[in-house]
Design a protein around this ligand. Structure first.
Ligand code: NAG
Ligand code: NAG
Ligand code: NAG
Ligand code: NAG
Ligand code: NAG
Ligand code: NAG
Ligand code: NAG
Length: 443
């Protein structure tokens, strides 16, 4: 066959491959992008790693425990002076929302009351973007909050708003896995970052909120060109160079799905791929669900992007990969097979592949077991020798194609003591080495 014929055949084959595997959802393809670094933040920001610990999940005394999510949210409510933008999935801050609840709903109820009071007395203007209507936000609306519900079915045919992000006065931000749910303070394990006194990132996060707000208009559609004032100069190839807690880092905020990315915005999947490809020594991942497929499509479609990146870097560059997923009552059966397949690679004899996979189980006593949809490791983050990534999405294709989510990416390879990336390493190893984590082949 002449070479042009072969070329054509290859092109057709790769097209078929793309159709079969679902088109890769990378907005752009890159290895390591050319770094520009011309966006410098002048202010000094504060970053705090925050987490929720399900009650009675205990660690040896020497292990680190971070600021609680409840405290971080309270801190935002204490600081906010003018505007508060909340991006949310569902709301369930009151204990009686669930059939079975216990005294541990007090923190969620306190947050709702605080939001209510601040809005009612006119202290702040509260705007909420949410996935669906619920009684908590209806109550806030009754005292002056503005609430919008982007209709994903109309906009994208699939998907939900899954983002959990607070933006106060365009200066203080929370990004993480915690929902507006009382269980997210006391019954599920969550990881997030609190950013304080940081207008350059606060304004950028507010632009992501504005996208949800725009799409929450009843007649909105995804525009051909997003309004110019929602463009960002901060992205994977031009991260904000800033100082936080007396150390230097480079930061940007990613967004998904790609249709929601305004000019300059890095897609969440591109951010994840870049973090994986940039690792030189290790990649530690803690994610609730890990499935290389588009789960909610009919029929389901294989979606190998992240899985392939991990196999590549472990095989070709000898980078160590530890993946910690979550085991609970509702774990999707198929996840075990994909995880075992990844884990199995460490048994190769002639080529060392340092991939290990464990599952984290939050223990529950008899009464805690009755609290619906809780007692689970809900975190979604990744830390490498170069980056910290804290996100809101599970790792299956749906979350990057159709689901509203965000990621916080910090690049910082040095070893300063007040270094959020290093704290995240400690936090990961605490969980990885704890009695709650077990190798996937034991399941
Ligand atoms: C679980 O935690 C709660 C709240 O901290 C405490 O009151 C209770 O005694 C703990 N239960 C056990 C079995 O440790
Ligand atoms: C999100 O909203 C859609 C549409 O109202 C609803 O069908 C779905 O159950 C919601 N998902 C969550 C997690 O709240
Ligand atoms: C962008 O412009 C619109 C329309 O003028 C305005 O309502 C909105 O507040 C602006 N957003 C930002 C982030 O500047
Ligand atoms: C990142 O932002 C810079 C401007 O700050 C822009 O020139 C560049 O095209 C953006 N990169 C991507 C991948 O969008
Ligand atoms: C992903 O995360 C959400 C909560 O953030 C959870 O309720 C959901 O069941 C998870 N899994 C999948 C596969 O969607
Ligand atoms: C930065 O300082 C804040 C406030 O003092 C503290 O809560 C936080 O833990 C520090 N962050 C890091 C990464 O050490
Ligand atoms: C509420 C819930 O599903 N809790 C479960 C969390 O995971 C542990 C271990 O699998 C179960 O025992 C709990 O019931």
């Amino acid at each position: 066959m002449p070479s042009s014929g072969i070329k054509m055949l290859l092109t057709i084959m790769s097209m078929v491959f793309l159709v079969v595997t679902g088109e890769p959802q990378l907005i752009y393809k890159f290895d390591i992008p050319n770094l520009v670094k011309d966006f410098k933040c002048t202010e000094t920001c504060k970053f705090t790693l925050v987490e929720s610990m399900p009650e009675n999940l205990t660690y040896p005394a020497f292990e680190p425990i971070m600021m609680s999510t409840y405290k971080a949210h309270k801190r935002i409510l204490e600081k906010v002076k003018k505007t508060l933008y909340l991006s949310s999935c569902y709301w369930s801050l009151v204990g009686t929302d669930t059939d079975y609840h216990d005294y541990s709903s007090a923190e969620g109820e306190d947050i709702l009351k605080h939001l209510y009071d601040l809005t009612k007395d006119g202290t702040i203007s509260l705007k909420i973007a949410q996935n669906n209507t619920n009684k908590d936000t209806q109550m806030l609306e009754s005292v002056g909050a503005e609430v919008r519900t982007p209709d994903f079915k109309r906009l994208l045919h699939y998907g939900i708003l899954h983002t959990k992000m607070w933006v106060a006065d365009n200066a203080h931000v929370y990004i993480g896995s915690a929902n507006f749910d009382w269980r997210s303070y006391t019954q599920t394990k969550e990881t997030g970052v609190l950013i304080e006194d940081c207008p350059c990132l606060g304004e950028d996060a507010a632009k992501i909120f504005e996208v949800y707000w725009y799409l929450g208009n009843p007649n909105s559609h995804i525009p051909q060109h997003w309004p110019a004032n929602l463009s960002t100069a901060i992205n994977v190839s031009n991260p904000a160079v800033l100082n936080y807690n007396d150390t230097n880092g480079e930061v940007y905020i990613s967004s998904s799905p790609p249709q929601f990315c305004t000019t300059g915005r890095t897609g969440d999947i591109d951010a994840i791929v870049n973090v994986i490809r940039s690792a030189k020594k290790f990649i530690y991942i803690s994610v609730m669900d890990y499935l290389p497929e588009i789960l909610y499509a009919e029929p389901r479609v294989y979606w190998p992007i992240i899985d392939q990146e991990l196999r590549n870097i472990a095989f070709n560059d000898g980078v160590q990969v530890y993946l910690l997923a979550s085991h609970w009552q509702h774990t999707i059966e198929d996840m075990y097979a994909f995880l075992r397949s990844l884990d199995e690679l460490h048994t190769t004899k002639f080529h060392k592949i340092d991939i290990h996979v464990k599952l984290f189980t939050v223990p529950a006593d008899e009464s805690q077991k009755k609290i619906p949809y809780s007692r689970v490791n809900h975190s979604k983050y990744m830390v490498t020798d170069q980056h910290a990534y804290i996100g809101t999405s599970n790792w299956s294709g749906d979350y990057f194609k159709y689901t509203g989510g965000v990621g916080f990416i910090l690049k910082q390879s040095d070893g300063a003591s007040s270094n959020l990336r290093q704290q995240l390493v400690q936090l990961f190893l605490r969980d990885w080495n704890s009695e709650y984590s077990k190798y996937v082949y034991r399941f």
